[in-house]
Design a protein around this ligand. Structure first.
Ligand code: TXA
Ligand code: MG
Length: 330
């Protein structure tokens, strides 16, 4: 992709390309997205092709306002309240798809529901405002691999792919959006993410937490292996083995070939904002055969961090499907 630092001219070029059915990589506060016109079937198919993504896995629709979101999905009073409380920001709401649908059919993957969010990153909002139509955008990584939180990460995967990549620094939240399914009563969390579940629960104590058992799967995406670095992850490490890199939390263990500390002060917010940055850096260190990860408390944003790490280490997949089975996508 061709990189553009953020300018008005870059937005104009990106809009021109989107209208012609092209792909635009753009920063959001969670992770970088790979965007296409959500109403253009061919453009959305290209996203699946270049990511190597299963067509069974629906995309998130990015909007600039609640009124635009209402042209895509149907918002109950509760959905509107959550949107007003947490948008723009790292929350995706699953709502009934409005029919007849303005979206390309591939982006909802045959479901009668749709995932929608308004991102808070200034460049994403400028792009959405200028385009005036919703954008379908998954994370800008190849399926199964680490999510991108910087333009350099996007180029690790898509340097040779035609398109424009808008630069916007490091994603400040650093984890994908929290997904809440408001078509269920009570609403259910489908993915832990950048919006701290404790904040959601403080506002709505009746929201149900994620149930990772296969019977409760709403979208095939929930079962897939994600977020895996090129070398194996070893979780809850209390020592460092030969040729391992270390993803530290708090005082680092000794003896690692290379160390990235998520947070010396053990701040979960700091750790989530640099989780993918640390994993990208470690997987690129020469001579490393694996990454040892120090324990991270499973509370607040720690739940989202541990979810990503477990999927990266294939632990969740093995727990859900029985070991030996693996489906890869993201
Ligand atoms: O923060 C984010 O959400 C980022 C940025 C770019 O906005 N996007 C992102 O997209 O993480 P992606 O495609 O990597 O993950 C989307 C997730 C998938 O797990 C998919 O299965 C789920 O959202 N999803 C989308 N539509 C759904 C639906 N109707 N029902 C259930 N899950 C849905
Ligand atoms: Mg993804």
């Amino acid at each position: 992709m061709k990189r553009y630092p953020f300018t008005e001219q870059a937005i104009t070029e990106a809009v021109k390309l989107l209208k012609a059915g092209g792909l635009v990589g753009f920063p959001t506060e969670t992770v970088y997205g790979l965007g296409a016109d959500a109403t253009n079937e061919r453009a959305c198919e290209t996203i699946y092709t270049v990511k190597g993504r299963s067509p069974l896995n629906p995309l998130i629709i990015h909007c600039v306002s609640l009124s635009q979101a209402e042209t895509v999905g149907i918002f109950s009073p509760l959905a509107k309240t959550l949107a007003r409380l947490f948008w723009p920001g790292p929350l995706t709401l699953i709502v009934p798809l409005r029919t007849p649908s303005i979206c390309a059919s591939i982006v909802v993957a045959g479901l009668d529901t749709v995932g929608i969010r308004i991102p808070s990153h200034g460049v994403a909002l400028k792009l959405l405002e200028a385009y005036e139509k919703p954008l379908a955008a998954p994370s800008a990584n190849r399926s199964g691999s680490l999510s991108p939180t910087a333009a350099d990460h996007v180029q690790k995967y898509f340097k040779e792919v035609p398109g424009i990549l808008l630069e916007g620094g490091h994603s400040s939240v650093g984890l994908e959006s929290t997904i809440v399914d408001v078509t269920e009563n009570p609403p259910q969390i489908l993915r832990y993410g950048g919006l701290d579940v404790d904040r959601l629960l403080a506002a709505y104590p009746f929201i149900e937490l994620l149930d990772p058992s296969p019977q409760s799967i709403k979208s095939p995406g929930q079962l897939l292996a994600h977020y895996a670095p090129r070398v194996p992850l070893r979780l809850n490490a209390t020592d460092v083995r030969d040729s391992e890199g270390l993803l530290a939390f708090g005082t680092p263990l000794k003896g690692a070939k290379a160390t990235f500390n998520l947070s010396l002060e053990k701040s979960l917010q700091e750790a989530s904002s640099c989780l993918f940055q640390g994993l990208h850096w470690l997987e690129d260190q020469p001579g490393i055969c694996g990454i040892a990860v120090q324990p991270i408390p499973d509370e607040g944003l720690g739940r989202a961090i541990n979810d990503r790490l477990k999927r990266g280490a294939r632990v969740l997949i093995n727990e859900s499907l029985g070991s030996g089975m693996e489906i890869t996508d993201a």
